[in-house]
Design a protein around this ligand. Structure first.
Ligand code: FAD
Ligand code: DHB
Length: 382
């Protein structure tokens, strides 16, 4: 087998790259370790920057997103039992964000790929990458795939990263995780709520006018079974409490899972004909919703660079790919770290630490400059 571009992983990064290359007339083969149902139902992110929406529209993958996505013009910060609205268009010169679940992006891109694109092989696990040959296993049989370029879009637990010799890794763990739930209940808010409280962080997000997505900061190694539904709703109630009249609507919880938090960057994101994109190269803690958006920004940059190579023969954009991505990645790493440490309560947190957090939150509420800094990073830098 041969593909001009071999893509490992059918998450949002691998699928969007395959779509963009297809539109540019460049053939690819996508290998995905899991089955189709698994990748289409893995609950993850939901907040899309304008640039992410634009990229999906530009490649013809935004039909359902444009019908079902929820445009948000800001977020709400809660602390000290008060609520503060950040108006993104006013603070950023007109930018907004959109709520549309990663599961739905993956479903849309898988359907397009199967209908119009090159091969997308499920239950095909890449096991090694050499100079111009990839080995994968399908139905228990080892197969070889030759390529001009290979792109590791295989997430944090993939194999591609290890094929970059001498890479430098930067990482940080956090002493807390998120318990995430999906609930069949209309959202109790119009905008996402990020809540700082003495009991820890909570986030109210949504998936549709009838489905809410909520998160609670919990200790690492928390077992979701220790959190029966009533305990989750009571804790959310306590963390979102404000002096104004506001009520959190409860409903049946349909999914529960615990996600650890990590910051991680590997440099460089390229070695010869191998490129890394998305979670294969970098992880951010989810506060601020940058993970999915970074993955999309990487493949937009890479698709452009590959197209430039195939149309002009110039390697210039391929050569600057890693540095161009890492600039954006490190900005998002800082922002995600900032949002995480601003809003969560560390196990060893002192009253001094809490005062610093509250001082910064008040600064954001009171200063247009501080609010604009948060809004620009959240809505996405150009
Ligand atoms: P992935 O989506 O991880 O896709 C990688 C794909 O590669 C997978 O389908 C995997 O099965 C496949 N693969 C792996 N190894 C191989 C192999 N050897 N051979 C073939 N295929 C392979 N971000 C946010 O912004 N907000 C959130 O709330 C949020 N929640 C998250 C919750 C969880 C549990 C996780 C893990 C991530 C979360 N993220 C969140 C991050 C966001 O979902 C990721 O940044 C995004 O999925 C990255 O896309 P990707 O395509 O790079 O990687
Ligand atoms: C969602 C997740 C996030 O991490 C975030 O900051 C905002 C929204 C979500 O899953 O909807």
């Amino acid at each position: 087998m041969f593909a001009t571009v071999a893509i490992v992983g059918a998450g949002p990064a691998g699928l969007l790259l395959a779509r963009m290359l297809h539109n540019a007339g460049i053939d690819s083969i996508v290998l995905e370790h899991r089955d189709r149902a698994y990748v289409e139902h893995r609950q993850r992110a939901g907040m899309l920057e304008q640039g992410t929406v634009d990229a999906l529209r530009a490649c013809g993958a935004a039909g359902r997103l444009d019908r079902e996505g929820l445009v948000h013009h800001g977020i709400e910060l809660r602390f000290d039992r008060q609520s503060h609205h950040l108006d993104f268009p006013a603070l950023t010169g007109g930018r907004s964000v959109m709520i549309y679940a990663q599961t739905e992006i993956v479903k849309d891109l898988v359907a397009l790929q199967l209908a119009e694109g090159g091969p997308l092989l499920f239950e095909a696990e890449a096991i090694s990458i050499e100079d111009d040959m990839l080995t994968f296993v399908r139905d228990g049989v080892e197969e070889k795939l030759g390529f001009d370029f290979v792109v590791g879009c295989d997430g944090f637990h993939g194999i591609s990263r290890a094929a970059i010799p001498g890479a430098r890794v930067y990482e940080r763990d956090y002493p807390y995780s998120w318990l995430g739930i999906l609930a069949d209940v209309p959202p109790s808010c119009e905008e996402l709520i990020y809540a700082h409280s003495d009991r820890g962080f909570a986030l109210h997000s949504m998936r549709s006018p009838t489905v809410s997505r909520l998160y609670l900061q919990v200790p690492n190694d928390t077992d979701p079974d220790d959190w029966p539904d009533d305990r989750i709703w009571d804790e959310l109630d306590a963390r979102f409490a404000i002096d104004a009249d506001w009520k959190l609507m409860r409903g049946p919880i349909t999914q529960k899972s615990v996600t650890p938090m990590r910051s991680f960057v590997t440099e460089p994101m390229r070695h010869g004909r191998l490129f890394l994109a998305g979670d294969a190269a970098h992880i951010v803690p989810p506060t601020g919703a940058k993970g999915l958006n970074l993955a999309i920004a990487d493949v937009v940059t890479l698709a452009r660079a590959l197209q430039h190579w195939f149309t002009t023969g110039s390697p210039d954009l391929l050569n600057t790919y890693s540095d161009a991505c890492l600039r954006r990645v490190w900005r998002a790493e800082h922002f995600s770290y900032f949002m995480t440490t601003l809003l969560h309560r560390a196990p060893d947190q002192t009253p001094f630490d809490t005062r610093l957090q509250l001082s910064q939150l008040h600064r954001i509420a009171d200063s247009r400059h501080a609010a604009a800094e948060l809004a620009e990073n959240y809505a996405g830098l150009p």
